[in-house]
Design a protein around this ligand. Structure first.
Ligand SMILES: [Zn+2]
Length: 150
């Protein structure tokens, strides 16, 4: 099971922006990337349509949309890691409903549009917070293109 998580700056920016734009509705997204030991490395965020019908403070995911999304991740060489959803009310802690209904044993990320926290629910639905590791900086430096002209 995961113990920590890191998120590329691009993936994080996309998710936080989407959460702010959608508020007061919740957003839901699938997270893809790779697994290094107990560390989940998120590098893809694929937004899912929110099919919630009972107001703003909840979300539901269509299973067809989800499987298409997972397929898209695999085709892009990414592994399914889990889900992200938003709490426009400003709390990044899992709600009672989250603890009861979210998928177990995968990454669950909650954002308020400004920051995020991640955790895993074990089989008994106990919450295990994930340590947020700094975003990898490997792609942050722009490549120096030294044009070679004679
Ligand atoms: Zn929630």
């Amino acid at each position: 099971m995961f113990a920590s998580m890191e998120c590329t700056q691009a993936a994080e920016a996309l998710l936080l922006h989407a959460a702010r734009v959608a508020a007061p509705r919740e957003i839901v997204a699938v997270l893809g990337g790779c697994i290094a030991g107990a560390n989940a490395q998120v590098r893809r965020v694929v937004m899912l349509p929110n099919d919630a019908i009972d107001g703003d403070a909840s979300f539901a995911v269509d299973s067809v949309a989800f499987s298409q999304c997972e397929h898209e991740l695999r085709n892009g060489g990414d592994t399914f890691l889990g889900f992200a959803h938003s709490h426009p009310n400003g709390s990044t802690a899992p709600s009672i409903r989250d603890r009861e209904q979210l998928w177990t044993e995968c990454v669950q990320m909650i954002t308020d549009g400004h920051t995020w926290k991640a955790f895993v629910l074990d089989k008994n639905r106990a919450v295990h917070p994930l340590t947020a590791l700094p975003a990898p900086t490997t792609h942050a430096q722009p490549t120096n293109h030294q044009e070679q002209r004679s």
